[in-house]
Write a protein that binds this ligand. Structure first.
Ligand SMILES: *Cc1c(COP(=O)(O)O)cnc(C)c1O
Length: 416
């Protein structure tokens, strides 16, 4: 089968890629990452390594741990690192300082946020507070959020109300305690209306928890601006913190003195070294912590965050949309008609930073793409998922990925 637009199509999109790369204000950022000559479209699963992180981690191991040893808790700032690094993540998600702590995994933070939210809404007292017994959960969610929500519901005697995010406003009422939503869906990459849904949840007198795993570092979030109550998110996806780097938890300042954590570890105590038998929570965001921080991962993330210096999230968003638009254009130019179907929303307001293509034998196709250096991922049952990280991808990368995809599918259909 021939290419959809033939050789002229290829010349057109290659010329356009050159032009777009020449006008890319973030182009210099690519050199700050360790990449090879393939095309890495999996930064929404594991962000690439920033070049300088390795030396920083070696210093943490050899000097801070190796020679300073226990003195590093104070002298190297280990003890306060969760809040200090939280303050570095904060501007990337539209939060003023003092509201973000980096600690534990996203799964654990979903648990803390949901249980604390139910407790807070019931502690408010007032008419009907005790009757709030529903946790509305994004039914399209990444599975871990749903599993954790089930357990949080059992522990708080709540019932789970599964919902497509678009249907949430119609499901809210006097029994709603908390709503857990994904800012962007991990499969289709659909971006949900954070300002509008947050306002709807508040109008129903409930609290909202946003999962920002697929938007933190990919687009402006505006947590403070939109009055979000609680938020969680990964740091190893678009924030490039490294495999398993600790997640973040945002607690709006106005809720912090009521944040009633279900995991009151000693790190969240007002006086952790008082070793007191009774628990008394710290007054600030510190109460979002649990136990001893994972210093090596945390400080790798700290170093990785340096790449954001001088970067505006508005510019990141503009490039992300331009990249995904251009990739879809190239797919149309290269992929023989009828082989793939994009389920990524066309409207920019509904698009995250990835493209998902439905394709028969997506698993086998992705294997062949990876063999040719184009690394995306497969999500069952039939999705090819391509993440676009604006800090290190070029328009030439998008063109090449689509070209290799088109060739791979054409070969498969001719049986060669
Ligand atoms: C990636 C992702 C997670 C991962 O959670 P971990 O606890 O880090 O394994 C959770 N939720 C969503 C929506 C994700 O995309």
């Amino acid at each position: 089968m021939s290419e959809a637009r033939g050789p002229a199509g290829r010349a057109d999109v290659e010329a356009k890629a050159k032009e777009l790369d020449a006008g890319d204000q973030l182009a210099a950022k690519r050199a700050e990452f360790v990449l090879d000559d393939g095309v890495y479209l999996d930064g929404n699963s594991l962000g690439a390594l920033p070049v300088h992180v390795e030396a920083r981690v070696v210093d943490v191991i050899s000097r801070q741990w190796g020679s300073l040893r226990i003195r590093s808790w104070a002298e190297s700032g280990w003890w306060t690192a969760p809040e200090r690094i939280g303050d570095r993540v904060a501007p990337l998600i539209g939060a003023a300082p003092g509201q973000v702590v980096v600690s534990d995994s996203t799964s654990v933070n979903v648990f803390k946020a949901l249980v604390a939210a139910v407790r807070m809404i019931r502690d408010e007292g007032g008419a009907g507070a005790a009757a709030r017994d529903e946790i509305v959960v994004d039914a399209t969610t990444f599975p871990t959020d749903g599993y954790i929500a089930e357990s949080a519901a059992r522990l708080t005697n709540c019932r789970i109300v599964p919902a497509d995010p678009a249907d949430v406003p119609g499901l809210l009422g006097p029994r709603t305690a908390v709503v857990l939503l994904n800012h962007a869906d991990y499969r289709a990459g659909r971006l949900h209306d954070l300002p509008g849904l947050t306002a709807a949840v508040h109008a129903a007198g409930a609290l909202v928890v946003w999962d920002l795993c697929h938007t933190a570092g990919a687009l402006p979030v505006g947590l403070d601006e939109h009055g979000v109550d609680l938020a969680v998110g990964c740091t190893y996806k678009y924030l490039n913190g490294g495999p398993g780097s600790p997640a973040f938890l945002y607690v709006r300042r106005g809720l912090q003195d009521r944040f009633d954590t279900p995991l009151p570890g000693w790190n969240s105590h007002v006086e952790p070294f008082g070793m007191r038998p009774g628990y008394e929570p710290a007054a600030d965001i510190t109460r979002g912590r649990v136990g001893t921080p994972d210093i090596l991962s945390l400080l790798a993330l700290d170093a990785a965050l340096d790449v954001w210096e001088g970067v505006s999230m508005t510019a990141v968003r503009a490039k992300s949309l331009a990249l995904t638009d251009f990739f879809l254009e190239c797919v149309e130019a290269y992929v023989p008609a009828g082989h793939v179907e994009s389920i990524t929303p066309v409207a920019h307001a509904e698009r995250g930073s990835q493209v998902a293509l439905r394709c028969p034998d997506a698993e086998g196709v992705m294997k062949r793409l990876v063999q040719q250096g184009v690394v995306g991922d497969f999500r069952p049952p039939d999705l090819l998922r391509f993440g676009f990280t604006p800090l290190y991808l070029t328009f030439a990368d998008a063109e090449r990925a689509a070209r290799v995809l088109g060739r791979t599918l054409a070969e498969a259909s001719t049986g060669s």
